[in-house]
Structure formats: C-alpha cells, structure tokens
Ligand binder design. Structure first.
Ligand code: PRP
Ligand code: URA
Length: 209
C-alpha cells in the first residue's frame, strides 16, 4: 500500500460503515451515516492543515490559540458526493463548495463530465474531493486532473469505500494526492461495482434505485 493511502482505523468509522453497507438501511438513515462518516474522515484527513498562533482574551486572562486561516474548498462529485458536504461544512463554515458533475458511462465505465462550478480564480489553499465510492478510480483521477487544470496545487481525496483497482489508478495518475478512506474492499465486479461495497451510493442516498 502506498504511504499516502490512509484507511481509517477508527472504531466509530468501522461501526457506521457496517450500518451503511447493510441492505436493510433505508435512504434516510443512509444519508445520516454518509454525513457522519464524512465528518469523521474529514477530521482524520485534515490533521496536517497549518494553523497560525494567536492570542485570545478569556474572562480570566490571555490564552494561546491557533487560527485556521487556510482557505478550504470542498469538492463533492455529483451526485453521491453531495451527501458528504453538509456535515463537513458545518465544521468549516468558511469553506467554499465547488461542484463537479461526473457520471460513469455504464458500458465503458469512463467518467463523463456534465457540470462544473467553481470560482474564476482559485482562492483556496487546499481542496478536499468528496465522493463515497472509489471504484475504477476514473472519476477520482478525472476530478484531480480538473482541479490541477484550474490551478489547485494541494488536493486530498476523501472516500468511504475503495476498491484496490481504484486506489491503484488514482495513486498511479496522481501520486501527490493523499487518499483517505473508510475501508478498502476486496475487488470490482464485472460491471465495475465494489464488492462487497454497498451497492450504488447515489441511488441509496436519493432513493432512486
Ligand atoms: C459513482 C460514485 C463515483 C463513481 C465511482 O458515481 O459516486 O463518482 O461512481 O466510480 P469510478 O471510480 O469507477 O469512476 P455514479 O457514476 O454512479 O453517479 P451518481 O453519483 O450520480 O450516481
Ligand atoms: N459507484 C457506486 O455507487 N458503487 C460502486 O460500487 C461503484 C461505483
């Protein structure tokens, strides 16, 4: 495993992932779990963000503190990544949210871009790509390439479940991008789904399955 791939070892993540995977979990609960898992994984993925020392006045005197001045861009990959935004945004209300719409062609499994919305000039120092499923890695690699074309120099990927094939592709094309994951599963099946995975992350969130 490359040294910038970080599968979570947190018991809460493991517990919530098991609930998320279950075929009996309905869309409302599924969305809650996606939101909670995104917060937990974002917490792990952002431990190295730089802060600046500040002093604050408490009712009892002066206290040394830290200020997170970095501009952060949250980049959900539509549709399924949308459910990972809100919880993280509550933790980082100053973050910008850039939307990228990608849909996998069911036959070729190639990502097809249908939407992109970001500021004219990047004003952020780091972008966090949010997408629950890293399957073939095509969508993730295409998203990183797009962000790099837009001038973003520091990018992290946060996903809930990955196949080894997706990790290999994303890391192979973009070795500079740390990959933070809830779990790494066994393999992809013949139609590009992660096994055992959780099925279709978009359909399970939006009730369209
Ligand atoms: C899913 C998922 C990823 C992509 C992963 O999206 O959210 O974006 O597949 O597959 P890959 O690693 O093989 O590219 P999907 O195309 O199903 O669209 P949706 O989120 O709109 O349902
Ligand atoms: N997209 C999903 O939603 N699930 C998979 O298993 C693979 C791609």
């Amino acid at each position: 495993m490359p040294n910038n791939v970080f599968p979570s070892r947190h018991p809460l993540v493991a517990h919530k992932l098991a609930l998320l995977r279950s075929i009996t979990t309905k869309p409302k609960k599924f969305r809650e779990l996606v939101r909670e898992l995104a917060i937990l994984l974002c917490y792990e993925a952002t431990t190295d963000l730089e802060t600046e020392p500040i002093t604050v006045t408490t009712p009892m005197g002066e206290a040394a503190g830290q200020d997170l001045r970095m501009g952060i861009g949250l980049v959900p990959v539509l549709r399924a990544g949308l459910g990972m935004v809100e919880g993280i945004w509550e933790m980082m209300p100053a973050a910008e949210v850039w939307h990228i719409g990608l849909r996998r062609d069911e036959r070729t499994l190639q990502p097809m871009q249908y939407y992109a919305n970001k500021p004219v000039e990047p004003r952020v120092q780091v972008c966090l790509i949010l997408d629950p499923m890293l399957a073939t890695g095509g969508s993730a690699a295409a998203t990183v390439s797009l962000l790099k074309e837009w001038g973003v120099t520091r990018i992290k990927y946060i996903g809930l479940i990955a196949a080894p094939e997706g990790i290999a592709r994303l890391h192979g094309e973009h070795p500079d991008v740390p990959i933070h994951l809830g779990a790494i599963d066994s393999h992809l099946n013949e139609i590009g789904y992660i096994v055992p995975g959780l099925g279709d992350a978009g359909d399970r969130q939006f009730g369209t399955g």
